[in-house]
Design a protein around this ligand. Structure first.
Ligand code: ADP
Ligand code: ADP
Length: 231
């Protein structure tokens, strides 16, 4: 099933040139996608469109079978909750412990402390940080912080996980470990989209599909600019 559809999407910041042009592609539910391309190619911009932090200047985006451009504002938060996001710089709340960072999305959704303790502890365990729940982000290594960020992104069980250079601030060994977490999530049915220029990393997920951006356009060796083929 298709989960994301772009038709002739363009994005322009202010009066500048188009940062993204003529993007037409379909992403399928349950797949693993790598988004590659040189710095400035538009990867972050494309991801921002996907997690609804940015509206397109033109074109159509369908997400979960709804047209985003006509989606009413009051339905936006519901959509955002179905998309987890992980950033290169972690973006943890500095004065909250690892536990409380992970619990945050559940608290925002109105879950009581008595109900969230178990799921938060389970996911802390899953990312290998069961002993670090009380730690503040600044006392954690980069790899540990990113595992907290991943746990926070998936605690609400989103349908899609978007990650923008998630391994950019960790060592190569940790990068592989983080990738294994994404792979495990993907096996549980989450659609994964990871922007990276780490070629070495991409070869590690055999069934992942590649999307390559260059100068704001999807690069397709056939020239059809239609990515990716139906699996
Ligand atoms: P990538 O993630 O591949 O490095 P970006 O999406 O960050 O690419 O950037 C694509 C283009 O859009 C670049 O030319 C960049 O300078 C421009 N750009 C990105 N964000 C903004 C912004 N907030 N305002 C103006 N221009 C931007
Ligand atoms: P505005 O100038 O209206 O604030 P922005 O581009 O800053 O527009 O987007 C902010 C708001 O637009 C978001 O809070 C969200 O409600 C809505 N929005 C974000 N992404 C999209 C999208 N892809 N299509 C339509 N609306 C969007």
């Amino acid at each position: 099933d298709s989960i994301v559809q772009f038709e002739n999407v363009g994005l322009r910041y202010g009066t500048g040139p188009e940062a993204l042009s003529d993007l037409s592609f379909t992403l399928f539910s349950g797949q693993f996608y790598f988004l590659t391309g040189p710095s400035g190619a538009g990867k972050s911009s494309l991801l921002r469109l996907l997690y609804l932090a940015q509206r397109p200047s033109r074109g159509m985006i369908r997400l979960f079978d709804s047209d985003l451009v006509t989606l009413s504002r009051d339905r936006m938060p519901g959509f955002r909750r179905r998309i987890g996001v992980v950033f290169q710089d972690f973006r943890l709340v500095p004065h909250l412990s690892a536990f409380d960072n992970i619990a945050l999305p559940l608290r925002i959704a109105g879950m009581r402390d008595a109900d969230l303790a178990t799921p938060v502890r389970e996911i802390l365990d899953w990312v290998g940080l069961s002993a670090r729940g009380d730690a503040l982000p600044a006392t954690l290594s980069g790899g540990e912080q990113q595992r907290v960020a991943i746990a926070r992104a998936v605690i609400t069980r989103p349908d899609i996980l978007v990650a923008d250079e998630p391994t950019g601030n960790v060592d190569p060994e940790m990068a592989v470990k983080l990738l294994r977490l994404f792979e495990a999530l993907n096996r549980m049915g989450t659609t994964i989209i990871v922007a990276t220029h780490d070629i070495h990393l991409m070869t590690r997920i055999k069934r992942a599909q590649m999307m390559r951006l260059e100068g704001g356009r999807l690069f397709d060796p056939t020239g059809a600019l239609r990515y990716p083929p139906k699996p």
